[in-house]
Design a protein around this ligand. Sequence first.
Ligand code: FES
Length: 157
Amino acid sequence: MFSKETEDKFKHLVSLYPRKRSALIPMLLLAQKEDGYIKPAAIDYVARYLDLNPSEVDSIMSFYTLLRRRPVGKYHIMICTNLSCLLRGSDEIEACVKRELGVNLGEVTADGLFSAIEFECLASCTTAPVIQINGEFYENLDVRKTEEILDELRKRR
Ligand code: FES
């Protein structure tokens, strides 16, 4: 189901906790790292691994928005739209991203390069407006900077 490296990490994670189920979220994040999202088969696999019912894993998945059920683009953009970012122009950043990518939030571009979602506070409110792309923060944004970031990522392809 997973690479040997991921399987080894699963084994290590489970050894860290007195109760196997405590490894659930880190295991799901590893599964997501390997496949880009968490497949239904991965939910069943992790549930069996931790002696849980798949519905328990499913309910945890529905609580944490960082755990994805669908594939995302090579560059997955999380646009903070919470209060500080909203007050400092996140709506313009969101409009810019949608315009530049040509897709709505939650969709993947046809070339598989980009996807974007709205996100609640990314915990960098003092540098609003903020987006995160594959875990990297881009702060104090405006429309021009956002366009430059997307152009740069297109060139990296
Ligand atoms: S409100 Fe955007 S980072 Fe907190």
